[in-house]
Ligand binder design. Structure first.
Ligand code: SAM
Length: 252
């Protein structure tokens, strides 16, 4: 993988780094994992605030650099691809932080989402447009599978925006910092999470199609009707609760 494929835009603005660390508010006994520590802009400010920090970095040069800067008692660097890493090995309840590699931010969010019960919270710097998709409301252009699958489990808050000039090299896009806190208790939950995932995936894989067509073969039209959902609506018209009701109306 070349450096250019790794989204290596390093955070250099000290005010932004401080704001992000304050938002994370590290506590000495936290089990904390930093994804993509890079040259250590955040790492340097987390070390000392927590007794022990885990970091996961795919670039061997950067992993070696970090290992040369800190003792093993302070920092555990795992060299590897976050998408292929079992996050449960970093302890529980886990706090995950990172200025994420933007080219794979959605896959990272879905990967982290699958460790839901073991995660205390997450603070990420992401492309602003991705954060807008995460927190989007129904019937908007940015609302989609990412919004639903994350909103089902997390309370999300866009904390602040960050300009390209705060990084080196400068990215082409604006960034935002987002906090994800687990939803302690939902009023409404799905009986079959795997099927929920499949329904949302199918509905949005053809988001311009009516639900009766996009869900053909997995949710019969009469089930849509009995769940109180107009089969001529499109995926983006349904709230998270609508999807839950729909999934629970099936015999799956
Ligand atoms: N945290 C640093 C900072 O704020 O300056 C670097 C952030 S940079 C946007 C993203 C970092 O993620 C880079 O260090 C890059 O090498 C690393 N990275 C890219 N793809 C990765 C992957 N699949 N798994 C783990 N780390 C990855």
């Amino acid at each position: 993988m070349s450096t250019n494929n790794l989204s290596q835009n390093f955070l250099t603005d000290k005010v932004v780094i401080e704001k992000l660390i304050n938002a994370i508010d590290p506590q000495i006994d936290d089990h904390m994992l930093e994804i993509g520590p890079g040259r250590g802009a955040l790492t340097a400010n987390l070390i000392g605030r927590v007794k022990y920090l885990s970091a996961l970095e795919v670039d061997p040069k950067l992993s070696d650099l970090l290992r040369s800067q800190y003792s093993r008692e302070q920092l555990g660097v795992t060299e590897g691809d976050v998408l292929k890493t079992d996050l449960s090995k970093f302890g529980e309840p886990l706090r995950i932080v990172g200025n994420l590699p933007y080219h794979i931010s959605s896959p990272i969010l879905f990967h982290a989402n699958s460790y839901f019960p073991a995660i205390k919270d997450m603070h990420f710097m992401l492309q602003k447009e991705v954060v807008e998709r995460m927190v989007a409301s129904p019937a908007t252009k940015t609302y989609g599978r990412l919004s639903i699958m994350l909103q089902y489990r997390w309370r999300m808050e866009l904390l602040f925006d960050v300009a390209p000039i705060c990084f080196s090299p400068k990215p082409k896009v604006w960034s935002s910092v987002v906090r994800l806190m687990p939803m302690v208790k939902r009023n409404n939950s799905v009986k079959n999470y795997t099927f929920f995932d499949q329904v949302v995936r199918n509905a949005f894989s053809q988001r311009r199609k009516m639900l009766r067509n996009s869900l053909r073969g997995i949710v019969p039209e009469d089930i849509l009707v009995s769940a109180g959902i107009d089969p001529t609506l499109r995926a983006e018209d349904l709230s998270v609760d609508d999807f839950i009701t729909l999934v629970n109306s099936t015999d799956r």
